[in-house]
Design a protein around this ligand. Structure first.
Ligand SMILES: [Zn+2]
Length: 263
């Protein structure tokens, strides 16, 4: 898989990367703490006052995400031949935390989500290392970029921000190598209203990657539904010469359970 030599990656330059987003989320966290002085903080799941996530909800979330697993890849990713690793199903505490973080301005949940992501990265890195020639290659975690419109609305990039605060496995690094590019006549809005195949067609060619030739990259997303967005990031990375064996997501839909877990 990784017979090509690895070149050092260029710095992301002017493009705001994971570190910038982690700083933005941290700043928002301080701001949230300042607001706590006047407005009490409540648990993002059950509403209990006191913490961003109360003790009971934290325990339930930890149990639900303790065993990261592989997910049957949705059609666009199955077609691309990539494996999918996820922390848990997109439901209950995990879904509440992600929604509150992304859309509810609850940036104080970033450390919680970073802790959820860490074991999936470890599982995915172990998986990638098993590939022929993949034992020693550095693994680059590439966040799916947020659209310009979403960034204007939230002023931070959720995936890059969570990744920026995550303890990374050895010999791996965060590389924000994929960005959106303007494609004439194709808006990236109202994606939710589209079906999987339609969405995949609409997204094709909307991302580009730079500086990854000869590297091993794993795409990281927060929620995986149709898989079209992650598939476009995989396409862009491969077009730029990267080897992309897997995708990691914080939450996925329809995670098949192993017989042991069902027991
Ligand atoms: Zn709670």
């Amino acid at each position: 898989m990784t017979t090509t030599p690895h070149r050092p990656l260029p710095s992301p330059g002017h493009r705001p990367g994971a570190a910038w987003d982690a700083r933005a989320a941290r700043f928002a966290g301080w701001w949230a703490q300042a607001l706590e002085l006047v407005l009490p903080v409540t648990c993002a799941v059950c509403g209990e006052p006191g913490k961003a996530l109360c003790r009971s909800c934290r325990i339930v979330l930890r149990r639900a995400t303790a065993h990261p697993g592989s997910l049957v890849p949705p059609p666009p990713l199955a077609a691309a031949g990539v494996r999918v690793w996820t922390a848990g199903e997109y439901e209950h505490e995990l879904a509440s935390c992600l929604l509150a973080f992304k859309n509810g301005g609850r940036t104080d949940l970033a450390p919680v989500l970073s802790a959820v992501l860490a074991p999936v990265l470890t599982a995915a890195a172990r998986d990638v290392r098993k590939e022929p020639g993949g034992a020693t290659a550095p693994v680059h975690w590439v966040p799916v970029p947020t659209s310009a419109r979403a960034r204007r609305r939230r002023w931070f990039d959720p995936v890059a921000s969570i990744l920026g605060g995550t303890a990374l496995p050895r010999n791996t690094r965060v590389t924000p190598a994929v960005s959106h590019r303007r494609v004439r006549g194709r808006g990236t809005g109202s994606q939710k209203a589209r079906g999987g195949a339609q969405r995949e067609r609409a997204l094709r060619g909307t991302m580009r990657a730079t500086g990854v030739r000869g590297t091993v990259c794993v795409v990281v997303d927060d929620v995986l539904t149709t898989g079209a967005t992650a598939a476009e990031a995989v396409r862009a990375l491969r077009a730029a010469g990267a080897c992309v064996p897997a995708v990691v997501t914080l939450a996925g839909v329809r995670v098949p359970r192993s017989p042991q877990e069902n027991a």
